[in-house]
Write a protein that binds this ligand. Structure first.
Ligand code: ATP
Ligand code: MG
Length: 565
C-alpha cells in the first residue's frame, strides 16, 4: 500500500494503473500525479469519454494531484468552438473541475515549431517533397520494409530553409512535409519516418491565420504532455504502438518524460461510439442532434435523465481492463436505476388513459389523500393526491376477458387504487366499434388506505383524478440499434441496424397535479412505469415533455432469456 492510500481512507480498490502509479511513486520517478483529459474538439463527448474523464480526474483526486483539460486542436478543418463549449459543459456536469488549467495544443504551436527546428539541427528530421501518394507507396507493409525517401539526405541547412519557408506560407498544401528520420524498416509502422508537419492553408478556431503548417497528432500529443509536466499519460490501447515514437521524440528532445499507460477503451453493446459515426447520425438526420436522448453522448444521457452519479458509478464498476471488451448497456441502465430508485420523487402518471367513473362516489367530492414520496427514503416525506368521482387508469390495467391470475381490473373484479380505495368494475362502456371507452366502478368506502382497514386484494394499480390531471407529452425510448454489435459486419452500413421503434411519442398523458411546478431537468419515478425526466429542449408553452430514462426493470434481458429458451 502506498502512503497516499494510507492517508486517504476513501481510496478505491487497486487496478493495474494504480499499481504502476504506486510503483513510480515509491521508486521516486515521480513525486506527484498529474494527469490530463485530452479531447479533440471535433464532436460531443460520449460515454467512453466519460469513462476516461472519471479515470483521469479520479486518479488525480485520489492521489492529491491534478488533472488538466487539454484540447488537442491540431486539426483545423474538423474543429469547432461549439464542441469546445459542449465538452467543458459535460465535464463540469460530471462533477469534475480542471481549475485554471484549461489548455490547448495550439497554445504550444510556437514551442512545437522550435522543437522541430531543434530536431532538424540534430539531423533527426527532414523536409520531404514527395507527394502524398509517393510517401504512401514507400511506407512498405507489415511484412515488407519501407523505402527511404530520396529527400532523406537533405542537409540541415536546406531543411532549415525549407521548413521556414513552409511556415511562411511559400508553398501550397501538400507540397512538402516534415518527417522524423527514424527507421524505414522498423517492424513498427509508426517508426517509419512519420510525418510531423503538413501544410494546410486553413483557418484555426484559436490561432486564426497565423499558421499554415499544422503538427500531426502524434507529434503534438506527447510534447504537449511533456510541456504540461504530465506524469501519467493515460490513453487507450490503440496508442500502445505509438508509445515508442512518443518516447523517441521526447528522448531526442531531452525533455520531461511522462509515463504513458494504456487501457482498453469502453465499448457498449447496441451502441456505436466513434465520433465519426455519431456525426453521421446527426448530419444525416437519423436523430434530432448530438443531445438526442437516444445518443450515447453525455449530453444525450443528461437529457434522457441520467445523473452524474450514475455515470460515475458505472465507470467505477466497469473498471479498467488491458484487453478490449464489450460492456452490456444494461449495466449503464442499472446504474441509473439504482440512483433514481433512492433519490427520485415518485408520482403517479397515466400514459394511456382509460376513463373510470366511480358511480357511488359523491359528484362534487374531492379528497386529498396521503401519498409517500419515496418509500426508500422517509425523509422525502409525503404529498397530497386529489381523488374524485372520475379518474383515469392505464388502458393496460383493464382486460375484459382476463386470463387466470390477472390481478388488475376486469368485469366483476376488484383492484386497489394506490393510496386510495378498493374499486370493483361493474360496467364496461364501448363505442360503436366495440372499443372500451369507459368503465363504471363502485368503491368500498371502508377500504381507504391508511385507515387501518385490513381487507386486501391482489392487485394495486395507479390512477390520476380527471379534473385535476395535467396533460403532458411522454417520449419512450428504446435502444437506438436493434443489433447487439451494429459494427460487426464491415460490409454493412451500421445505420441499417437502427431500431425503427427507438422512439414512441405519447401525447395527452395524465399526471397528478403535484408536478405542476416541476422544471426542465427534474427527474421522477412514475409508479410502475419507470424513471422520467422533464425535457430541456422541446417543452411547449403549456405542455411539458417527459423523457423516459429507463423502465423500472430491464425488459431486454427478459426478452433475450425467452428467446434463448
Ligand atoms: P472517437 O474514437 O470516439 O472519435 P477519440 O479517441 O478520437 O474518440 P478524443 O477526443 O481523441 O476522441 O478522445 C479524448 C480522450 O478520450 C482520449 O484520451 C481517448 O483515449 C479517450 N477515449 C475516447 N474514446 C474512449 C472510449 N470509448 N473509452 C475510453 N476512453 C476513450
Ligand atoms: Mg483521438
Amino acid at each position: 500500500m502506498s502512503t497516499t492510500e494510507k492517508e486517504n481512507p476513501e481510496v478505491k480498490p487497486s487496478n493495474f494503473i494504480r499499481e504502476i502509479i504506486d510503483e513510480y511513486l515509491s521508486k521516486g520517478r515521480f513525486n506527484k500525479v498529474i494527469t490530463r483529459f485530452p479531447p479533440e474538439p471535433n464532436g460531443y463527448l460520449h460515454i467512453g469519454h466519460a469513462k476516461s474523464i472519471c479515470l483521469n480526474f479520479g486518479l488525480a483526486k485520489d492521489y492529491n494531484g491534478q488533472c488538466n483539460l487539454r484540447f488537442d486542436d491540431t486539426n483545423p478543418e474538423t474543429e469547432e468552438v461549439e464542441y469546445v463549449e459542449s465538452i467543458k459543459e459535460d465535464i463540469k456536469w460530471l462533477g469534475f473541475d480542471w481549475g485554471d488549467r484549461e489548455f490547448y495544443a495550439s497554445d504550444y504551436f510556437d514551442q512545437l515549431y522550435d522543437y522541430a527546428v531543434a530536431l532538424i539541427r540534430k539531423g533527426k528530421t527532414y523536409v520531404d517533397s514527395s507527394t502524398t501518394e509517393e510517401i504512401k507507396n514507400m511506407r512498405g507493409t507489415l511484412t515488407e520494409p519501407g523505402k527511404e525517401s530520396p529527400y532523406r539526405k537533405r542537409s540541415v541547412e536546406e531543411n532549415l530553409t525549407l521548413f521556414r519557408q513552409m511556415k511562411n506560407g511559400e508553398f501550397k498544401d501538400g507540397e512538402h512535409v516534415l518527417r522524423a528520420k527514424i527507421d524505414m524498416s522498423s517492424p513498427n509502422m509508426n517508426m517509419r519516418d512519420p510525418i510531423m508537419y503538413r501544410i494546410r492553408h486553413a483557418h484555426h478556431h484559436r490561432t486564426g491565420d497565423k499558421w499554415c503548417i499544422y503538427p500531426m497528432y502524434d507529434w503534438a500529443h506527447g510534447q504537449s504532455d511533456s510541456i504540461e509536466g504530465i506524469t501519467h499519460s493515460v490513453c487507450t490501447l490503440e496508442f500502445e504502438n505509438h508509445r515508442p515514437l512518443y518516447d523517441w521524440f521526447i528522448d531526442e528532445l531531452e525533455i520531461h518524460h511522462p509515463q504513458q499507460i494504456e487501457f482498453a477503451r469502453l465499448n457498449l453493446n447496441y451502441t456505436v461510439m466513434s465520433k465519426r459515426k455519431l456525426l453521421q447520425l446527426v448530419e444525416e438526420g437519423y436523430i434530432s442532434g448530438w443531445n438526442d436522448p437516444r445518443m450515447p453522448t453525455i449530453s444525450g444521457l443528461r437529457r434522457r435523465g441520467y445523473t452524474p452519479e450514475s455515470i460515475r458509478n458505472f465507470s467505477e464498476r466497469v473498471g479498467v481492463a488491458k484487453r478490449d471488451n464489450v460492456i452490456d448497456v444494461a449495466l449503464l441502465e442499472h446504474s441509473v436505476r439504482e440512483d433514481l430508485n433512492k433519490n427520485a420523487q415518485r408520482v403517479m402518471a397515466v400514459l394511456k388513459p382509460l376513463k373510470v367513473v366511480i358511480t357511488n362516489y359523491p359528484d362534487d367530492k374531492v379528497e386529498e389523500l396521503d401519498a409517500v414520496n419515496n418509500p426508500e427514503d422517509p425523509s422525502m416525506g409525503t404529498r397530497k393526491v386529489p381523488f374524485s368521482k372520475i379518474i383515469f387508469i392505464e388502458k393496460d390495467d383493464f382486460m375484459e376477458n382476463p386470463p387466470k391470475k390477472y390481478y388488475r381490473l376486469s368485469p366483476g373484479n376488484e383492484v386497489r387504487l394506490r393510496y386510495a380505495y378498493i374499486i370493483k368494475c361493474v360496467d364496461v362502456i364501448k363505442d360503436s366499434n366495440g372499443e372500451v371507452t369507459e368503465l363504471h366502478c363502485t368503491y368500498d368506502p371502508e377500504t381507504k388506505s391508511g385507515s387501518g382497514n385490513t381487507r386486501s386484494v391482489k392487485g394495486t394499480i395507479h390512477w390520476v383524478s380527471s379534473d385535476h390531471a395535467i396533460d403532458v407529452e411522454v417520449r419512450l425510448y428504446d435502444r437506438l440499434f436493434s443489433k447487439e454489435n451494429p459494427e460487426e459486419d464491415k460490409d454493412v452500413d451500421f445505420k441499417q441496424y437502427i431500431n425503427p421503434k427507438s422512439l414512441e411519442v405519447i401525447k395527452n398523458c395524465k399526471l397528478e397535479p403535484y408536478l405542476k411546478n416541476a422544471k426542465p431537468g427534474d427527474r421522477f419515478q412514475f409508479e410502475r412505469l419507470g424513471y422520467f425526466c422533464i425535457d430541456t429542449v422541446d417543452n411547449k408553452e403549456y405542455t411539458l415533455v417527459f423523457n423516459r430514462t429507463v423502465p423500472l426493470r430491464d425488459t431486454w434481458s427478459k426478452i433475450e432469456k425467452s428467446q434463448k429458451k
